[in-house]
Design a protein around this ligand. Structure first.
Ligand SMILES: C[S@@+](CC[C@H](N)C(=O)[O-])C[C@H]1O[C@@H](n2cnc3c(N)ncnc32)[C@H](O)[C@@H]1O
Length: 211
């Protein structure tokens, strides 16, 4: 099989999005400048499955965008579960909130507007699962604030750790996002507080467990 056909094959063998997620996916593509920031069908289903498997009670998401990954994870949260999702872009707030309100899972979501690095230290919660998916140059900073709020044995999932392959290829003048992702990946590798596995799902996910 040709390599370029593999993503299509994976997508066609993954459960279809429910109608609300399909609508959110479509509207994001129609109405936002960078729709490829959205997790999408395969990663969304993977996040949902992770929540079913880990059964966290408290989830923290850094980077809401239009709310796709938040809704995917909230769907699998138990009734008494809560997902805090943070985004610093006020322009997407009403978009995401509209979809949270349409969903039966919306009651489990707390949307916080602001800089994650400022808001997280003030959250009075200990999390079971953290999903990092915001500014790539800041990954290491998100990691440090989130790790303080993560319970022992809890998990962090970091998105885009392959960064379109730029994390892997040696480039003489890498951009700040590529530098941020490389710095993050290399730091985690030697961090004795955690263990980790890198997954080649979509743009790369790093699954980290706090020891
Ligand atoms: C890749 S998108 C998130 C996609 C979303 N998780 C999904 O899968 O649908 C990244 C988001 O992070 C937000 N962001 C960037 N820097 C941030 C910060 N310091 N604090 C909070 N949000 C931030 C951006 O506004 C953007 O909406």
């Amino acid at each position: 099989m040709q390599e370029k056909m593999i993503p299509e094959y994976i997508e066609s063998h993954t459960t279809e999005e429910d109608p609300l997620m399909a609508m959110l996916n479509r509207e994001t593509h129609l109405k936002t400048f960078y729709p490829n920031m959205l997790s999408g069908k395969v990663q969304g289903k993977f996040l949902e499955m992770m929540v079913y498997m880990l059964q966290p009670k408290r989830i923290l998401e850094i980077g809401t965008f239009t709310g796709y990954s938040a809704l995917a994870m909230a769907k699998a949260l138990p009734e008494n579960g809560l997902l805090y999702t943070i985004d610093n872009n006020e322009e997407i707030e009403s978009f995401a909130r509209r979809f949270f309100d349409k969903s039966a899972c919306g009651v489990k979501i707390r949307f916080l507007l602001g800089d994650a690095l400022v808001l997280i230290p003030n959250l009075d919660e200990i999390f079971d699962l953290v999903f990092i998916d915001a500014e790539k140059a800041q990954y290491l900073n998100y990691y440090e604030v989130a790790l303080k709020k993560l319970r022992k044995g809890g998990f962090i999932l970091a998105d885009n750790v392959l960064w379109g392959g730029k994390a892997v290829h040696v480039d003489k003048k890498p951009d700040k996002e590529t530098c941020g992702i490389r710095e993050f990946n290399d730091f985690i590798k030697q961090d004795s507080r955690v263990e980790q596995v890198m997954l080649s799902i979509r743009d790369g996910l790093l699954l980290i467990r706090k020891l």
